[in-house]
Design a protein around this ligand. Sequence first.
Ligand code: FE2
Length: 186
Amino acid sequence: MAEPYSLQQYIDDLRQLAADTDDENVIFERLAPLAGRVVADPSWLQAKHYQSDAEQGFGVHLLHEEDDHSLAVFAVNWMPGRGTPPHDHGTWAVVAGIEGVEHNVRYARVDDASRDDYAELEVKTAFDAGPGEVLCIHTGGIHKVSNETDTLTLSLHTYGRHVNYTNRSQFDLESNERKAFKLNVE
Ligand SMILES: [Fe+2]
């Protein structure tokens, strides 16, 4: 039987890892298995983490961040049939599934990035991620997430920096518009 691994242990390990390196490949290699461990026994989850923001389509609950907004950890839930627009994070991201299946689409930017308010995206991959699956996204990586099922989904999100403090973007696939993306965080 696996050793218990608490959310606090995860945060302690995250801090140590960030102190050791800023190489995103090393962070992903070491953090992904730890994220998998902390979602394997989510006894740290509370009822409020299942509360969604109906306007936004998902609920974002901050579990940890440093005083300078680095190393942010969130419990995020998606309402049935809802999702995000395509977006980047302005930092690295590690997402670990807790409950339900979340549909991910990853994009490549195919224009010359010469304009701040315009971006052309092309689908790279699309896949479903379930409980215990861990997804790592480099700084600049673009994806969208949706819940195509009829029950709430829940996942643990860890970022190099709180995503409301990174100048990250959302993308409109029809107009090719690129604009700021801020979350309502509980
Ligand atoms: Fe994301």
